[in-house]
Ligand binder design. Structure first.
Ligand code: OAD
Length: 250
């Protein structure tokens, strides 16, 4: 017997059971239940800190110490948390749904730590560094903000994060756009859908005919044209949706 508080439509169950081509876009909200703060909203990071001072190239060049203090603080925070039921449910779904692809705006590695493979990272990864000049990857875990190491070419080391005003990694965004345009089912989970080009992906999928599902306790710009909305935390909704799909009889 399935005990489920969420109502899942027959259409969604059928799409999941038939291993339809599925794209899952995640944002900061999916990691909120792990204890990683989101960016927007009442307790969001950008409510307390100014992104222009912390998350732009010019901010880094003007004050690399401050920017590295900020990223070391976030690295330390992320190191201490664990994937939650939402990440774990998606990793479970990926084992059965061979055509499922996760596209994330998150830089926290929690999908990968939950067991997801082939995650498309649109905004970089907080665990990685690169050279500010030549973009060479540099594997230093602990950066001392008072003594920022230099690349062989002489450039300063920066976090491998996409900052405001910077382009996304070309292969990642192009693949995400192509996958979205051919998806039959699209989940938009834990994102305010305010930051482009990621925010376009649900629209691309919907325009191409995908069934659009949103999981977010609060309404977003995506909500009015979603086919199905779960106004719940992802860690509650996802395990129940998946349970409904796998527990449903033929
Ligand atoms: P936001 O902080 O803009 O939005 C987080 C969303 O998650 C909000 O709509 C919340 O309602 C929702 N939310 C909160 N708790 C949730 C939960 N338990 N389950 C599901 N949803 C929940 O985060 P993003 O949309 O990811 O960019 O922000 C996009 C980008 O803006 C980020 O990648 C970051 C930021 O600047 C970079 O760092 C480059």
């Amino acid at each position: 017997m399935n005990i489920s508080a969420v109502q899942v439509s027959k259409s969604l169950i059928e799409l999941l059971r038939s291993d339809s081509k599925t794209v899952v876009l995640t944002g900061a909200g999916i990691s909120a239940e792990s204890g990683v703060p989101t960016f927007r909203g009442k307790d969001g990071l950008w409510n307390k800190f100014d992104p222009r001072e912390l998350a732009t190239f010019s901010a880094f060049m003007a004050n690399p110490k401050l920017v590295w203090e900020w990223y070391q603080f976030r690295r330390d925070l992320i190191d201490k948390v664990m994937p939650n039921q939402g990440h774990i449910a998606l990793a479970e779904m990926e084992k059965s749904l061979k055509q499922l692809r996760i596209v994330t705006q998150n830089v926290d590695n929690l999908h990968q730590r939950a067991g997801s493979r082939g995650v498309i990272e649109l905004h970089g990864n907080i665990a990685r560094n690169k050279c500010v000049n030549c973009s060479a990857p540099i594997a230093e875990r602990e950066i001392d903000p008072d003594n920022i190491p230099l690349c062989e070419c002489g450039g300063k080391i920066r976090p491998d994060i996409v900052w405001f005003g910077e382009p996304l990694p070309v292969e990642a965004i192009e693949t995400a756009q192509q996958e979205s345009a051919s998806a039959e089912l699209f989940f938009s989970i834990g994102t305010s859908a305010e930051v482009y080009p990621a925010a376009d992906l649900p629209r691309i999928a919907k325009r191409a005919g995908a069934y659009l599902v949103e999981i977010n306790p609060d309404p977003t710009a995506i909500t009015p044209y979603a086919d199905e909305v779960f106004a719940l935390p992802a860690g509650e909704a996802l395990p129940q949706i998946w349970q409904c799909a796998v527990g449903h009889s033929n």
